[in-house]
Design a protein around this ligand. Structure first.
Ligand code: BGC
Length: 923
């Protein structure tokens, strides 16, 4: 057991409100959840800030936002495009722009100030800014260019034996360039660029920006995202060269599990669309667009594919091709075609970046000279390898998540994904690194590395959507801290433009079921507001004309629609984003899609039992043993849940009539559910853990039977010898349900269970991410069937929500959204002697830490300005609990659901607060 980090006595005393009101500062300004975005759709301009400054009782009573076309005008308060005036409101997020119409391509600076609870104004914030996207159709003057489908020289060198169908379906990556002159000093320049496929943009010998896998994945038949780069500093007077490398990516490459290719998804060959807009100091401008003036050729990248990997022949790299002074003789003219009406949208999501580099934990060499690298962490990305040798060496890198018993790389669970990079060296010191692929791996096997491979020559580059960490967790149990990290790593490895199921095998799809069960955990772990905002457009794009949400988004022909707990993500995820970030914009944008979904279900199920139109009906996917939860039960429970969430959603966006309609619908579904599935003694049909969990979580068991239904759930868990029997659907809610019905002790038993199925089993078996299956590997049997056995699937990591909301107690009042009104009710228990953690909310960082000793329970919480909380301290003698000033609780109540256990309730505001009192024997 580890000891808790020390709490300094000074820090544990609530800070007196000695700071002058001017100490309250507005910081962290964002637009559309992004910091100073270069491309935002005018309809998505919603602003937020956080308040900083120590001291108690610091609340925002009013705010004022002003916006101008540049920082100088903003500073002078001249020509304001928007002055909100003083708005009496504590809101600091989701402030919709309400000024003059914003111009496409325009740049705007804005700032904010607030008044505190005493009416004293704080100073203006530093300015932030954003740029509005180009007009989605008219703003573009560029044409699509590419080389068409090029067959020659693709794939590895000819081998004997039958042709390899994968190799023949892989394409070389075209390099494209255009030289142009710049005759005057440049004031500013923007590159608007996208591809059907993936692009890497180059300007005068430099890579443009630090994003990878651009433009990201959407359904390219519905909308094409693009990025905007500030390239002012990369241009010079005289000759300039703009270039790009294209790869197949999601557009024309392998992904999903049908061993297809060649246009099965979107198209057969990648294309580029780019518009470089230069503004000169004298106010005039110049535009360079993709058109027939560009030239192209094939070069070092013989193929590049998301699933299969890359092959580079570095001897073929045309050095200097993207810089002035290069002789482009022999380059071909490009194929050029005009744009169609598909909207080009500024990418609303966070960029995919290399977020970390990891050096090998060990490198071993087998008898055949192959190196096996162990990174100590299952991750998503690729290796960067330094080499210095003769030209023509053929270095091969294969990637896998685990090793087989004999120490070799285990790749059977990748199915048809090859995850293999090959490099033919050009000679001399070189860097071998792919950039248009993704591998899910902890281990790599390197063959034919010339010379000795040293740990300093290899680094793993971790690649994913750059979603900043928002949560932290630490406790007295090391295995639990590892579980927390595994959950986070699972999220990092799978949040790549869309939330995928897994990053390694031939699948990597945006499964809705996985996303909805994990959504709340995802928001606590990392800032995913913009990420989910982008993906929910994909979900809406994928919706069928019937109203059915699909199983995966972006939509593919290979999956269905309407599946319970999968399609329902179309309601659950927007609701979660609103709840966590207070974002009503997302609700407004998707309200139509959500109502179409609700109508789709109701049309098919007029008797309020959801038995029809269940699509692929995955039910409680991958429940250990038999999945005995009745399909209609699970489906109806989710429908009732949707109706309840829809009522809240409608209320949040001022649609009272719709809210009433959904409440009425909810009661009918609940009544039908109770009638069909709930017995008079609180038993729920089938008696599976998931049946009870859904009945209780979704409030389908009548109130008077809740306690007995919860007892039946506990009995079912006892019958399973204190193990879970839940699959993807039940797993996220089981611990929350146990805690909210007064069975936190049972929740801890499941959490701490060492034999499988359990989270701890995975951790103790050496997992560094969350497995797809509880028994992905067992001591007795070894690996599960290779057919479906990912070691990086986040769904079972949805237990993270309970760690934050219950174990640490960082939660909101039931009706609140956006973390202004907290309900901090930690649930200590199990073998934990202390735990502490934090969540960086839209209102600022919130932390909670508790410690249990034989005679004392101590809780320390910290709240940012403009946040109020009811803090509930569990205790056997709640009246004796005191805060750090010695004050007693505002009230004493019984701890929810548990007879004999009390809680001391304190109402507090911003600052640090410590409480202590007699401990609680058992929750
Ligand atoms: C995926 C899952 C997904 C499921 C649907 C699997 O192949 O990996 O995570 O939700 O299919 O049942």
């Amino acid at each position: 057991m580890t000891t808790p980090p020390p709490t300094s006595p000074a820090a544990s005393t609530p800070a007196p409100s000695t700071l002058a009101p001017a100490g309250l500062r507005c910081a962290g300004l964002r637009c559309a959840h992004l910091v100073d975005p270069l491309g935002v759709s005018p309809g998505r301009v919603r602003l937020s800030w956080v308040l900083e400054g120590a001291g108690a009782g610091r609340a925002q009573r009013a705010y004022q936002v002003v916006l101008a076309t540049d920082a100088a005008r903003l500073a002078r308060g001249e020509d304001l495009w928007w002055d909100s005036g003083r708005v009496e409101s504590p809101a600091s997020a989701d402030i919709a722009y309400a000024g003059r119409p914003l111009a496409h391509g325009g740049r705007y600076a804005w700032k904010v100030r607030v008044w505190d609870q005493n009416g004293t104004a704080a100073g203006w914030s530093d300015p932030a800014w954003f740029e509005v996207e180009l007009n989605q159709t008219d703003g573009w003057h560029a044409s699509w260019i590419g080389l068409g489908r090029v067959r020659e020289s693709a794939g590895p060198p000819a081998q004997t034996g039958p042709p390899d169908p994968v190799a023949t379906a892989l394409n070389p990556a075209p390099y494209l360039r255009r030289a142009f002159g710049v005759g005057q000093p440049v004031a500013s320049a923007r590159l608007y660029v996208t591809a059907l496929g993936l692009y890497e943009a180059r300007l005068n010998g430099h890579r443009v920006g630090d994003r990878f896998l651009t433009p990201g994945w959407t359904d390219y038949t519905q909308r094409i995202p693009y990025q905007t780069y500030d390239v002012t500093g990369l241009l010079a007077e005289g000759e300039n060269v703009i270039g790009a490398i294209l790869a197949d990516g999601w557009y024309a490459g392998f992904f999903g599990y049908d061993a297809k290719h060649a246009g099965a998804h979107y198209g057969t060959a990648p294309e580029l669309l780019a518009q470089l807009v230069i503004t000169f100091r004298d106010g005039t401008g110049q535009e360079i667009v993709t058109d027939e003036q560009w030239q192209a050729r094939l070069a070092a990248i013989r193929h590049a594919d998301l699933l299969m990997g890359e092959r580079h022949d570095l001897r073929l790299e045309p050095r200097g091709w993207d810089a002035p002074g290069f002789d482009a003789a022999g380059w071909r003219s490009v194929r050029c075609r005009g744009r169609d009406s598909r909207p080009l949208v500024a990418d609303p999501g966070p960029p995919v970046r290399v977020t970390e580099e990891i050096t090998p934990r060990s490198i071993t060499r087998d008898a055949d000279g192959r190196h096996i690298i162990d990174l100590g962490q299952n991750l998503t990305g690729w290796l960067r390898i330094r080499v210095d040798g003769p030209p023509g060496a053929s270095v091969r890198v294969r990637h896998g998540e685990v090793l087989a018993d004999d120490g070799s790389l285990y790749t059977e669970n990748l199915r048809t994904a090859r995850q293999t990079d090959e490099f033919i060296t050009g000679g001399g010191p070189e860097v071998l690194e792919p950039r248009f692929t993704l591998h899910g791996f902890r281990y790599a096997e390197i063959t034919k590395y010339p010379g000795d491979l040293d740990a300093a020559d290899v680094v793993a580059r971790v690649v994913h959507s750059d979603i900043a960490a928002a949560g932290s967790f630490g406790s007295s149990e090391e295995w639990l801290d590892r579980l927390f990290r595994n959950i986070d790593w699972g999220q990092r490895g799978n949040f790549i433009s869309v939330p995928t199921d897994c990053p390694q095998r031939d699948e990597r799809l945006g499964w809705l079921g996985d996303a909805q069960i994990f959504a709340r955990t995802a928001c606590y772990n990392r800032d995913v507001a913009a990420f989910f905002g982008k993906w929910l457009d994909d979900v809406a794009d994928a919706q069928l004309p019937s109203g059915a949400f699909t199983d995966v988004a972006p939509r593919l022909n290979l999956a269905g629609a309407g599946a319970p707990a999968w399609g329902d993500a179309g309601v659950i995820v927007p609701w979660t984003v609103w709840k966590m970030y207070g974002d009503r914009g997302i609700l407004q944008r998707h309200f139509g899609a959500m109502t179409a979904w609700m109508d789709f279900i109701e049309r098919a199920n007029p008797d309020y039992l959801r038995a029809r139109e269940l699509g692929n009906g995955y039910n409680d996917w991958l429940a250990p043993g038999a999945d005995d939860t009745p399909r209609e039960l699970l489906a109806t429970a989710y429908w009732a849940h949707d109706a309840a969430l829809m009522a809240e959603i409608a209320d949040a966006i001022g649609r009272a009539d719709d809210a009433a309609g959904y409440r009425a619908l909810g009661s009918k579904i609940r009544a039908a559910f109770a009638e069909a599935f709930v017995a008079g003694d609180g038993q729920v049909a089938s008696g599976t853990q998931t049946a009870y969990v859904l009945g209780l979580h979704m409030h389908l068991v009548p109130d008077e039977l809740r306690a007995s239904a919860a007892d039946h759930l506990v009995a079912a868990i006892r019958r399973a010898d204190w193990h879970l029997t839940t699959g993807f659907v039940g797993v996220g809610y089981i611990l929350p349900v146990l805690s909210s019905t007064g069975h936190t002790g049972v929740a801890y038993r499941l959490l701490e269970q060492q034999s499988q199925p359990s989270w701890r089993y995975m951790v103790e078996a050496g997992a560094t991410t969350i497995w797809e299956r509880w028994d992905g590997w067992t001591t007795e049997r070894g690996f599960q069937s290779a057919w479906m056995n990912s070691f990086n699937h986040y769904a079972l990591g949805s237990v993270g929500e309970w760690l934050y909301r219950f174990l640490l107690g960082i939660d909101q009042e039931p009706d609140a959204a956006g973390f202004g009104q907290l309900l901090l009710r930690p649930h200590p228990g199990g073998r934990l002697s202390w735990a502490r953690g934090s969540y960086r909310s839209v209102r600022g960082p919130i932390s909670s830490g508790w410690e249990r000793a034989v005679d004392r329970f101590t809780l320390r919480v910290e709240l940012p300005p403009n946040v109020m909380a009811s803090v509930c301290v569990p205790s056997d003698h709640a009246a004796e609990v005191r805060d750090a000033t010695g004050s007693p609780p505002a009230s004493v109540g019984s701890f929810p659901g548990i007879r004999g256990v009390q809680e001391a309730v304190f109402h507090v505001g911003p600052g640090t607060h410590e409480f202590s009192g007699p401990p609680v024997t058992d929750l």
